[in-house]
Write a protein that binds this ligand. Structure first.
Ligand SMILES: [Zn+2]
Length: 246
Protein backbone atom coordinates (compact mmCIF):
# COMPACT_ATOMS: atom_id res chain seq x y z
CA UNK A 1 0.00 0.00 0.00
CA UNK A 2 1.25 3.47 -0.85
CA UNK A 3 0.68 6.60 1.20
CA UNK A 4 1.27 10.18 0.13
CA UNK A 5 2.06 12.73 2.85
CA UNK A 6 3.27 16.31 3.15
CA UNK A 7 5.93 16.17 5.82
CA UNK A 8 9.20 17.52 7.09
CA UNK A 9 12.12 15.65 8.62
CA UNK A 10 12.46 16.09 12.37
CA UNK A 11 15.09 13.41 12.87
CA UNK A 12 17.41 11.53 10.57
CA UNK A 13 19.69 8.79 11.87
CA UNK A 14 22.05 6.34 10.20
CA UNK A 15 20.54 2.94 9.59
CA UNK A 16 22.25 -0.10 8.11
CA UNK A 17 25.13 0.58 5.75
CA UNK A 18 23.62 3.04 3.31
CA UNK A 19 20.18 3.84 4.70
CA UNK A 20 18.66 6.28 7.11
CA UNK A 21 15.76 6.12 9.46
CA UNK A 22 13.64 9.25 9.31
CA UNK A 23 11.16 10.64 11.75
CA UNK A 24 8.74 12.67 9.66
CA UNK A 25 6.10 15.05 10.87
CA UNK A 26 3.20 15.09 8.46
CA UNK A 27 0.07 17.14 7.96
CA UNK A 28 -1.98 14.04 7.23
CA UNK A 29 -0.84 11.54 9.86
CA UNK A 30 1.27 13.30 12.47
CA UNK A 31 4.57 11.67 13.34
CA UNK A 32 5.71 8.76 11.17
CA UNK A 33 8.93 6.74 11.13
CA UNK A 34 10.16 5.61 7.72
CA UNK A 35 13.37 4.19 6.35
CA UNK A 36 14.93 5.61 3.22
CA UNK A 37 17.30 3.43 1.25
CA UNK A 38 20.69 4.14 -0.25
CA UNK A 39 20.81 7.84 0.67
CA UNK A 40 24.33 7.67 2.09
CA UNK A 41 25.73 6.78 -1.32
CA UNK A 42 27.01 9.77 -3.26
CA UNK A 43 24.63 11.00 -5.93
CA UNK A 44 21.63 9.24 -4.40
CA UNK A 45 18.46 10.63 -5.95
CA UNK A 46 16.58 10.92 -2.65
CA UNK A 47 19.46 12.19 -0.53
CA UNK A 48 17.78 15.61 -0.16
CA UNK A 49 14.70 13.94 1.35
CA UNK A 50 16.75 12.61 4.26
CA UNK A 51 18.19 15.97 5.33
CA UNK A 52 16.92 17.54 8.58
CA UNK A 53 13.95 19.87 8.04
CA UNK A 54 13.52 18.95 4.39
CA UNK A 55 9.86 19.67 3.64
CA UNK A 56 8.51 17.46 0.85
CA UNK A 57 5.72 15.39 -0.49
CA UNK A 58 6.76 11.87 0.46
CA UNK A 59 5.45 8.68 -1.06
CA UNK A 60 5.74 5.84 1.41
CA UNK A 61 5.28 2.14 0.86
CA UNK A 62 3.76 0.34 3.80
CA UNK A 63 4.48 -3.28 4.62
CA UNK A 64 3.64 -4.99 7.93
CA UNK A 65 3.25 -1.62 9.60
CA UNK A 66 6.68 -0.38 8.46
CA UNK A 67 7.16 2.49 6.07
CA UNK A 68 9.79 3.02 3.41
CA UNK A 69 10.19 6.22 1.42
CA UNK A 70 9.96 5.32 -2.25
CA UNK A 71 9.77 8.80 -3.70
CA UNK A 72 9.77 12.45 -2.68
CA UNK A 73 9.34 15.79 -4.37
CA UNK A 74 10.59 18.67 -2.39
CA UNK A 75 8.56 21.68 -1.37
CA UNK A 76 11.35 23.47 0.48
CA UNK A 77 14.75 22.27 1.62
CA UNK A 78 15.22 25.22 4.02
CA UNK A 79 18.83 25.21 2.95
CA UNK A 80 19.60 28.46 4.86
CA UNK A 81 19.35 26.53 8.10
CA UNK A 82 22.55 24.73 7.25
CA UNK A 83 24.43 27.98 6.73
CA UNK A 84 23.50 29.72 9.96
CA UNK A 85 24.02 28.10 13.36
CA UNK A 86 21.54 30.30 15.18
CA UNK A 87 18.79 29.39 12.71
CA UNK A 88 19.76 25.73 12.87
CA UNK A 89 19.66 25.63 16.69
CA UNK A 90 16.31 27.42 16.74
CA UNK A 91 14.80 24.86 14.35
CA UNK A 92 16.35 22.02 16.31
CA UNK A 93 14.21 23.13 19.27
CA UNK A 94 11.08 23.11 17.08
CA UNK A 95 11.98 19.65 15.75
CA UNK A 96 12.66 18.23 19.21
CA UNK A 97 9.38 19.56 20.61
CA UNK A 98 7.51 17.85 17.80
CA UNK A 99 9.57 14.71 18.17
CA UNK A 100 8.93 14.48 21.90
CA UNK A 101 5.34 15.68 22.16
CA UNK A 102 3.53 15.04 18.87
CA UNK A 103 1.62 11.81 18.70
CA UNK A 104 2.44 9.09 16.18
CA UNK A 105 -0.16 8.52 13.46
CA UNK A 106 -2.45 11.31 14.65
CA UNK A 107 -2.99 14.35 12.45
CA UNK A 108 -2.80 17.69 14.25
CA UNK A 109 -3.22 20.40 11.62
CA UNK A 110 -2.84 23.27 14.09
CA UNK A 111 0.45 21.98 15.50
CA UNK A 112 1.71 21.12 12.03
CA UNK A 113 1.08 24.61 10.71
CA UNK A 114 2.57 26.20 13.84
CA UNK A 115 5.75 24.19 13.33
CA UNK A 116 6.14 24.58 9.58
CA UNK A 117 5.41 28.32 9.71
CA UNK A 118 7.93 28.78 12.51
CA UNK A 119 10.59 26.88 10.51
CA UNK A 120 9.81 29.03 7.45
CA UNK A 121 10.11 32.25 9.44
CA UNK A 122 13.31 31.17 11.18
CA UNK A 123 14.77 30.23 7.80
CA UNK A 124 13.78 33.31 5.80
CA UNK A 125 13.31 36.14 8.29
CA UNK A 126 15.86 37.82 10.51
CA UNK A 127 14.00 37.60 13.81
CA UNK A 128 14.63 33.94 14.58
CA UNK A 129 14.71 34.28 18.37
CA UNK A 130 11.46 36.21 18.49
CA UNK A 131 9.92 33.61 16.14
CA UNK A 132 11.10 30.77 18.35
CA UNK A 133 9.72 32.43 21.50
CA UNK A 134 6.30 32.79 19.83
CA UNK A 135 6.43 29.20 18.63
CA UNK A 136 7.28 27.92 22.12
CA UNK A 137 4.47 29.94 23.67
CA UNK A 138 1.93 28.73 21.10
CA UNK A 139 3.15 25.13 21.12
CA UNK A 140 2.98 24.94 24.93
CA UNK A 141 -0.62 26.17 24.71
CA UNK A 142 -1.46 23.81 21.82
CA UNK A 143 -0.04 20.85 23.74
CA UNK A 144 -2.32 21.61 26.67
CA UNK A 145 0.23 23.01 29.12
CA UNK A 146 -1.01 26.55 28.62
CA UNK A 147 -0.46 29.62 30.69
CA UNK A 148 -3.25 30.73 32.98
CA UNK A 149 -2.78 34.46 32.69
CA UNK A 150 -0.32 37.23 32.03
CA UNK A 151 -1.52 39.79 34.58
CA UNK A 152 -0.99 39.85 38.34
CA UNK A 153 -2.97 37.00 39.93
CA UNK A 154 -4.50 39.28 42.60
CA UNK A 155 -4.87 42.87 41.37
CA UNK A 156 -5.13 41.70 37.72
CA UNK A 157 -3.07 44.57 36.41
CA UNK A 158 -0.23 44.44 33.91
CA UNK A 159 2.79 44.33 36.18
CA UNK A 160 5.13 47.33 36.39
CA UNK A 161 8.44 46.98 38.18
CA UNK A 162 9.46 43.74 39.88
CA UNK A 163 7.78 40.57 38.60
CA UNK A 164 7.23 37.25 40.33
CA UNK A 165 6.07 33.87 39.03
CA UNK A 166 4.74 30.72 40.64
CA UNK A 167 5.35 27.68 38.46
CA UNK A 168 3.07 25.40 40.50
CA UNK A 169 -0.10 27.10 39.22
CA UNK A 170 1.38 29.29 36.50
CA UNK A 171 0.62 32.69 38.00
CA UNK A 172 2.34 36.06 37.82
CA UNK A 173 2.40 38.46 40.74
CA UNK A 174 3.34 42.08 41.27
CA UNK A 175 5.39 43.03 44.32
CA UNK A 176 2.34 44.30 46.26
CA UNK A 177 0.30 41.11 45.89
CA UNK A 178 3.09 38.63 46.68
CA UNK A 179 2.16 35.49 48.54
CA UNK A 180 3.88 32.17 49.18
CA UNK A 181 5.73 30.20 46.54
CA UNK A 182 6.49 33.00 44.07
CA UNK A 183 9.96 33.50 42.64
CA UNK A 184 11.25 36.71 41.17
CA UNK A 185 11.84 36.66 37.43
CA UNK A 186 13.56 39.26 35.28
CA UNK A 187 11.46 42.23 34.18
CA UNK A 188 12.79 41.77 30.65
CA UNK A 189 11.41 38.20 30.63
CA UNK A 190 7.96 39.51 31.50
CA UNK A 191 8.12 42.28 28.87
CA UNK A 192 9.12 39.75 26.21
CA UNK A 193 6.31 37.44 27.42
CA UNK A 194 3.74 40.23 27.03
CA UNK A 195 4.99 40.93 23.51
CA UNK A 196 4.55 37.28 22.58
CA UNK A 197 1.04 37.22 24.08
CA UNK A 198 0.18 40.35 22.10
CA UNK A 199 1.78 39.06 18.91
CA UNK A 200 4.39 41.81 18.77
CA UNK A 201 7.31 40.76 16.63
CA UNK A 202 10.54 41.86 18.24
CA UNK A 203 13.71 43.03 16.70
CA UNK A 204 16.89 41.03 17.30
CA UNK A 205 18.38 44.23 18.73
CA UNK A 206 16.42 43.57 21.92
CA UNK A 207 17.68 40.08 22.22
CA UNK A 208 18.31 39.74 25.96
CA UNK A 209 14.64 39.69 26.99
CA UNK A 210 13.83 37.15 24.29
CA UNK A 211 16.69 34.90 25.34
CA UNK A 212 15.47 35.12 28.95
CA UNK A 213 11.96 34.34 27.76
CA UNK A 214 13.11 31.27 25.84
CA UNK A 215 14.89 30.03 28.97
CA UNK A 216 11.75 30.75 31.00
CA UNK A 217 9.49 28.88 28.53
CA UNK A 218 11.85 25.89 28.39
CA UNK A 219 12.00 25.82 32.18
CA UNK A 220 8.20 26.03 32.32
CA UNK A 221 7.87 23.12 29.88
CA UNK A 222 10.39 21.14 31.92
CA UNK A 223 8.45 21.91 35.11
CA UNK A 224 5.16 20.77 33.57
CA UNK A 225 6.36 17.70 31.70
CA UNK A 226 9.72 16.68 33.16
CA UNK A 227 11.16 16.86 29.65
CA UNK A 228 14.44 18.70 29.34
CA UNK A 229 15.12 19.52 25.71
CA UNK A 230 18.72 18.88 24.68
CA UNK A 231 18.36 21.29 21.79
CA UNK A 232 17.13 23.96 24.19
CA UNK A 233 20.30 23.70 26.23
CA UNK A 234 22.42 23.87 23.08
CA UNK A 235 20.53 26.93 21.86
CA UNK A 236 20.68 28.87 25.12
CA UNK A 237 24.40 28.09 25.52
CA UNK A 238 24.99 29.31 21.98
CA UNK A 239 22.94 32.49 22.52
CA UNK A 240 24.67 33.28 25.79
CA UNK A 241 28.03 32.94 24.08
CA UNK A 242 27.09 35.13 21.13
CA UNK A 243 24.83 37.74 22.76
CA UNK A 244 26.34 38.01 26.22
CA UNK A 245 22.91 37.58 27.88
CA UNK A 246 23.16 35.98 31.32
ZN1 LIG B 1 -0.87 42.76 41.98
Amino acid sequence: MEVKINAFVIKSIDYKENDKLLTLYSLESGKITASIKGVKKSGAKLKFASEPFCFAEYILAEKNGRYTVINASYIDSFYNLRLDLKKYYACAVIGEIINVFAEPDVSDKALFSLAINAIKDVCYKGEEISTLASFLYSAINALGYGFNSYTCHACESIIKGRVFYRFKDGLFSCHNCLSEGFNEIKEETYKAFLNVVNGVEEDNKFLDGQVYLIKFLLYYLNYKTDVKLKSGEALTAFLQETSGAK
